[in-house]
Design a protein around this ligand. Sequence first.
Ligand code: ACM
Length: 557
Amino acid sequence: MSDKGPVPADSPESGAVALIPAPVRVSVPGARCVIDADTEIDAGEGAERVARWLRSAVGAATGLPLAPYRDGGGRIRLRIAPALADELGGPESYRLRAEGRLIALDGASAAGLFHGAGTLRQLLGPEAFRRAPIGDRAVWEFPAVTVEDGPRFEWRGLLLDVARHFMPKDGVLRYLDLMAAHKLNVLHLHLTDDQGWRIEIRRYPKLTETGSWRSRTKFGHRASPLWEDKPHGGYYTQDDIREIVAYAAERHITVVPEIDVPGHSQAAIAAYPELGNTDVVDTTALSVWDTWGINSNVLAPTDHTLRFYEEVFEEVLEMFPSRFIHIGGDECPKDQWQKSSAAQARIAELGLADEDQLQSWFVRHFDTWLTARGRRLIGWDEILQGGLAPGAAVSSWRGYAGGVTAARAGHDVVMCPEQHVYLDHRQAPGDDEPVPIGFVRTLEDVYRFEPVPDALTEAEARHVLGTQANVWTEALEDAGRVDYQAFPRLAAFAEVAWSRLPAPADRDFAGFERRMAAHYPRLDALGVAYRPPAGPRPWQRRPGVPGRPIDGPPPSR
Ligand code: ACM
């Protein structure tokens, strides 16, 4: 390290190179580092894919060839050094030493190398985030640095709700790039809901023929009188999904698919009416839902439904190699099961106490089924009701309580409390906020979000795999609206998930804002339609479209 020695992650000095998320340690000795047409990439064993990414991303932006190493004037040396995992912060750690014409990047794994390569791109400046050179700059110079870094959490997630409003494949690939630029590593794809089924299942083609589109859409919150009177839809083919998964893997991002059961299933029931509670409602009359809210049309707890979804999951497992498979489990109203003689007969036959236990039985079925196939079930915190399946992990969304209960019982948890990291919620109190939903959660609020509940002991807290920001899209009709809600808050969230920040009250938000001044130009270069600090641009507003703001501060931890 330099004579100044290591500096803490969020100190003003780390702002000299304005890295986001802040690294564990950075030192800036005062010299310069240079890359140019003579800079070559010397990729050691296991570093080839990171070299390919550097060439495709940084090479495209700079116009530099970044040729394989022979004996060039400059060198980017990529090496895998597993011992760094113990020294720094696990398998995603890296050390980057850049001075003069040598950039030496060591990663505890290929993922660590990739994160270090992302840091290098930030050092090169905002133009390094474009897809082609915008000038004829031949020499790219930046402050010499040593960065030592590794993440706080292994699960640094983003949920994209592609069910309520479909995000075409190119948009998902773009979000994978945006996630990678922020060292996020789990994309939770919410693929099915009442309003749409977004993934091709070969065995059940009507899921997409019928289930992937609706004839009109509520514009604004469900109480809004407005409709968008045009068909909305779309889905990913299996090849699209394979491309998304492979593109994510190149960026060391895992895609966790969510097939939401037994609630949030009207699109599936519209396609295959026998999946619904046919003794309670005429499910043949259902169509894909065109408005928002919690829907009573839930799956019937029959053997047929179980087999149907096993077959769906068989195809899902072929497409998604992720260890975790999300089965939803949230917001399943029990009124149809209460009225259904078939559901009641099932409760009696299984010797269950009530409908909560029936849901628990349903979830346990898929826990066993996934475990037998070497995968792990994860679901929303409602899966705690009626008893949690033994191997299950929990996405704690209704606050911290579900995460606390689950971690105390020895289950892994991902913290994504709606009061803090639901990015569809508004980010300022003003009337200009488009379709204002939920609590006001400013950039600073997100920066001060603490994923680990105070109530947990150190041993229990080890079950917190990490944290996730959720972007629900009822009020986000296109990619521009998704960008507006996600950014800049996703940058603050990424720092919460990656960096070893002090307790919320002690976090240097002013220092973060100083680094953000260098980060907005990166977002501009990436084409992100973020919310400007001064408020929405005219075309980012949605005057007259009703939302549902919730007044007052969100409940505390
Ligand atoms: C959820 O927000 N219903 C998980």
